[in-house]
Design a protein around this ligand. Structure first.
Ligand SMILES: Cc1cc2nc3c(=O)[nH]c(=O)nc-3n(C[C@H](O)[C@H](O)[C@H](O)COP(=O)(O)OP(=O)(O)OC[C@H]3O[C@@H](n4cnc5c(N)ncnc54)[C@H](O)[C@@H]3O)c2cc1C
Length: 422
């Protein structure tokens, strides 16, 4: 994979042209925080957009910000918070670019209110490999707006984004944690909390079995109504080397989960800086090294609301029986706000995100079993978190693929996309 990182906008046209002439075309990438191969272009070229990171304008009256696509959410927060604004939707890391957030139509803990990132995008500029450049807005009737949001970077290179920010009175967050003993309680807590709380999410103990199956800790939160407007600069420890493989075995995970459920799960109401609430992993440099040299698979699914409890129970039973749980097991309901992108991942239902240490065949066989449950339930997997999704499952989960493909730019490609064509 050949990579270039332009620092000036006028370098971009030439890089797109030469990259597109490559056998495997070219792909624009952001901070490469996607877990799998959707931000890779093996044997082809990539253009790292993170050098094109200028803020173009910010209207403090309306909260509308325009910036180059390589600007990160972290950089947006540094400007937005002191002016009383926050990101309308943010993923669990702030080290992603506007272009990457748009191309994956990312979601956050407030999906039930705010929907996905793309809903807050007013317009973007798209450079195509034929040399054309187009400004595409919500009023677009060609289908290119809907194809590019969640379009995995395959419709053109996003060069600028105009985004609506959300007003806040404080950068602090009021949050409550509530332990729950079984899965049905998670669904009751979500239904009870969503009308009154901006953010809801749950950690789930995916090694618990029998009467404890589906237990976890529910967090509900909203922006504080008064207090400071302060940008956080906190940094935590770093993981200096790959952890030894035995660290994350069944026993250590079970012990961790038990202790976490007991200690962190005590019901409490507190106020927190926004940073540890939204971005806990950003504070731990090199957190992925905890999984050792063989790394890990992230697996994020969504299943429709009508079958969410049955399907999630089946997934948790399968994971517990395999003894390969993860400590980062996150459960969240997606609301009924429609996603604007043809290939957007979120749909109304329940999403489960898991990290599995890579134990080779046994891990892949567990993931195949989870695939079968998700497919049967009419759900799908998130390409941003994927390195192994079977192409047939991709086609079954993303029904608007036929509408999407006519908008693809023939000079662009990715390892993920080629894998989906097999
Ligand atoms: C700790 C952690 C937590 C996360 N939590 C969440 C979460 O809660 N919700 C969620 O939705 N995601 C989450 N993610 C995934 C992450 O938000 C997405 O993968 C995001 O798209 C990464 O952005 P990036 O700038 O790193 O883009 P990359 O990973 O580099 O690229 C992502 C996609 O965008 C395309 N792209 C990037 N820039 C451009 C551009 N300028 N023009 C055209 N295409 C472009 C790429 O081709 C690729 O297809 C998380 C990731 C991590 C590491």
């Amino acid at each position: 994979m050949r990579a270039a990182r332009p620092a000036f906008r006028d370098e971009l046209g030439g890089l797109i042209r030469t990259g597109a002439a490559d056998d495997h075309g070219v792909l624009a990438v952001g901070m490469m925080r996607s877990y799998g191969d959707s931000c890779l272009n093996g044997d082809g070229s990539v253009i790292e957009m993170s050098g094109l990171d200028h803020l173009i304008s910010f209207d403090r009256q309306t909260g509308v910000i325009k910036a180059e696509a390589g600007v990160t959410l972290d950089e947006i927060l540094r400007v937005a918070i002191p002016a009383g604004y926050f990101l309308p939707v943010t993923p669990g890391t702030k080290f992603v670019t506007l272009g990457g957030a748009l191309a994956n139509d990312v979601h956050g803990k407030n999906h039930h209110h705010a929907g996905t990132f793309g809903r807050w995008v007013r317009q973007f500029t798209l450079a195509r490999t034929d040399g054309s450049e187009r400004v595409v807005g919500r009023d677009d009737t060609s289908g290119l707006f809907a194809a590019t949001i969640g379009g995995l970077g395959l419709t053109g290179v996003i060069t600028r984004v105009t985004l609506e920010l959300m007003p806040i009175a404080s950068s602090r967050i009021d949050l409550q944690t509530v332990p729950f003993g079984k899965l049905s309680e998670f669904f009751s807590l979500a239904a009870e909390s969503e009308p009154s709380h901006d953010y809801t999410v749950a950690w789930i103990d995916c090694l618990a079995q029998g009467s404890k199956l589906g237990r976890g800790i529910f967090t509900r939160a909203r922006h504080s109504l008064d207090g400071e407007l302060r940008v956080s600069d906190k940094k935590g420890p770093s993981i200096p080397v790959e952890a030894p493989g035995f660290l994350l075995n069944r026993l250590s995970l079970a012990a961790f989960n038990e202790a976490y459920y007991r200690i962190a799960g005590r019901p409490r109401a507190t106020s927190s800086c926004y940073d540890p609430f939204f971005y806990p992993l950003d504070a731990i440099g090199g957190w992925n090294r905890l999984y050792g040299r063989l790394g890990f698979y992230q697996y994020q699914s969504v299943v429709p609301a009508a079958v969410a409890e049955v399907a999630t129970t089946a997934m948790l039973q399968t994971i517990a029986a395999a003894g390969q749980g993860s400590f980062l097991a996150v459960l969240k309901t997606f609301g009924d706000v429609p996603s604007p992108g043809l290939l957007s991942f979120p749909m109304q239902g329940t999403t489960l995100a898991l990290d599995f240490a890579n134990r080779g065949r046994s891990t892949l066989s567990l993931l195949d079993k989870l695939d079968a449950i998700v497919r049967e339930a009419g759900g799908r997997l998130y390409p941003a978190k994927d390195g192994r999704l079977p192409p047939a499952m991709f086609r079954a989960g993303y029904r608007a693929l036929d509408q999407f493909t006519p908008h693809m730019d023939p000079g662009l490609s990715s390892t993920f996309w080629r894998r989906m064509q097999l």
